[in-house]
Design a protein around this ligand. Structure first.
Ligand code: KG4
Ligand code: ZN
Length: 396
């Protein structure tokens, strides 16, 4: 039952390397939002170590949830429901959040809602738009979910309170964020790579190094009707099994950066940089700049430009083919300044509204999980207490 002053949902997220809890009112107001990052734990390894992630989640989950409630000024009893990420993600990490959420729901006798992490990223955009007072969306929405583990394109629609999603593109190999992380690691810039590359790219020439666009074999698009030519009964674009897809591929660009490093003999300089930055511990922008020569800055800027252009090109091709009304860009990589700026420019050119989450909601958080749970609360879509983590959970 929705109470007079709204529905308060406690969201819990533990799918990767952030332990997060948040209280969101009626899917639109963030009452509290706590994120405990494990970056410090994984940094020495240059990537997320699953066993360490589970251990850190176990350590953090109780204080993080308590802080989220305290910040919201609410008691456990005053909550209307609990929501938790079911997947996709690291199985052991997901289990920590799920076990705790189940125990809470059972003890409090409150409904428990299982949320797909990718749906959460999409709802981070809706949260931001509702906060700005924008309650009207032009459907269908095309959502690019672009993070460390995922690069997906979804057609999203709303019927009543329910949302439906259809995957029309995904990466064939590395996720875009993974490419940022691997290239940063390769260049001795530490982990995670996205934020560092974002800050350094503005200091290099993005046209200095040319990267060949990724070639992806698709079914022959010419022989198939386009989305705008054929619609479903309800007027929305339809896409069936075996129809054209808008896939991505980022392992090639990573290899191209590696080749550039070898051809230009950058190895020794990279090792020096790695050691110097590790000694500093928490390097600032000036420290990074002091340890990067022009050639490296140009390489970083060119890499980011190529990534941004590829993401935008493929997303806009899909948007045109599907005749979408709105574009969402979300997930950790959506925090990237150049990506946001160039998507905004491209959207303006095409007359297509482009929405992003507020930057802190682009990376993993639990507010997006509590927000995505609200429509499920309204339709009574609750999880049985025997549901479990699904590392490879798909959306749509
Ligand atoms: O959504 P997220 O927190 O976790 C996953 O669900 O994967 O995304 C993390 C990813 C990392 O790969 C990180 O390098 C990337 O997002 N990232 C960025 C930026 N901030 C985070 N990539 C590019 N530019 C950024 N500013
Ligand atoms: Zn994520």
């Amino acid at each position: 039952m929705e109470t007079m002053n709204g529905t308060y949902i406690l969201g819990i997220e533990s799918s990767c390397d952030e332990t997060a809890a948040a209280v969101v009112r009626s899917g639109e107001e963030i009452v509290s939002n706590v994120v405990a990052s494990q970056i410090g734990t994984h940094q020495p390894y240059g990537g997320v170590v699953p066993e360490l992630a589970s251990r850190e989640h176990l350590r953090a989950i109780v204080p993080v949830v308590r802080t989220a409630l305290a910040d919201a000024g609410r008691t456990f009893q005053s909550l209307d429901a609990l929501a938790v990420t079911q997947g996709p993600g690291l199985a052991g990490a997901l289990l920590v959040g799920i076990s705790y959420a189940k125990a809470l729901a059972f003890a409090l006798d409150k409904p428990l809602i299982a949320v797909n992490h990718l749906e959460g990223h999409i709802h981070a955009v809706l949260l931001e738009e509702r906060r700005k007072g924008n309650h009207e969306m032009q459907f269908p929405v095309l959502a690019l979910v672009v993070s460390g583990g995922h690069t997906h394109l979804y057609l999203a629609e709303q019927r009543g309170s329910s949302w439906t999603y259809q995957n029309i593109g995904r990466t064939r190999d590395d996720a875009a964020g993974e490419a940022f992380d691997k290239v940063a690691k390769l260049l001795g810039l530490g982990y995670p790579g996205g934020p560092v590359i974002d800050r350094l790219a503005g200091h290099g020439d993005p046209t200095a190094v040319k990267f060949a666009p990724a070639q992806i074999k698709h079914p022959d698009r010419r022989s198939l009707p386009t989305f705008s030519q054929r619609t479903r009964k309800d007027g929305a674009p339809a896409m069936l099994e075996g129809e054209p897809r808008f896939d991505f591929s980022y392992s090639g660009i990573k290899t191209a950066v590696l080749r550039y490093v070898e051809v230009h003999n950058l190895r020794a300089a990279i090792e020096q940089r790695r050691t110097a930055l590790a000694e500093i511990g928490k390097p600032k922008l000036e420290d990074y700049l002091a340890h990067c020569d022009r050639q490296t800055l140009n390489l970083v800027a060119s890499f980011q430009r190529a990534m941004v252009e590829d993401l935008i090109g493929k997303t806009l091709a899909a948007a045109r083919a599907c005749g979408v009304g709105t574009l969402f860009v979300t997930g950790g990589v959506a925090a990237n300044h150049e990506l946001r700026q160039r998507f905004e420019q491209a959207g303006a050119r095409e007359g297509l509204p482009v929405y992003f989450p507020a930057r802190p909601l682009a990376t993993d958080n639990a507010a997006m999980i509590a927000a995505a749970a609200y429509p499920k609360f309204l339709t009574g879509d609750f999880a049985p207490l025997d549901f479990s983590a699904e590392a490879g959970l798909a959306l749509g």
